[in-house]
Ligand binder design. Sequence first.
Ligand code: FES
Length: 73
Amino acid sequence: MSRTPKITRITGDGECDARVVRQVRGGPILVEGPVRIVAEDGAEVESDRFVVAVCRCHRSALYPLCDTSHRAL
Ligand code: FES
């Protein structure tokens, strides 16, 4: 079952350009692109895709980007 994400507006004037971050059960986190991901060691990965899948399982050969390796779990 899919649920529409609830977006809470936190600005005082009612305007909010909230970026949507969506968790996929057993899979990546989907982030509206473009994004720049900064790793713990300072390495950076950029993606200008409309939606970027960020790996949560640490099995991706493209980590920190998802390569669908999570499907083998
Ligand atoms: S979440 Fe897809 S490869 Fe890790």
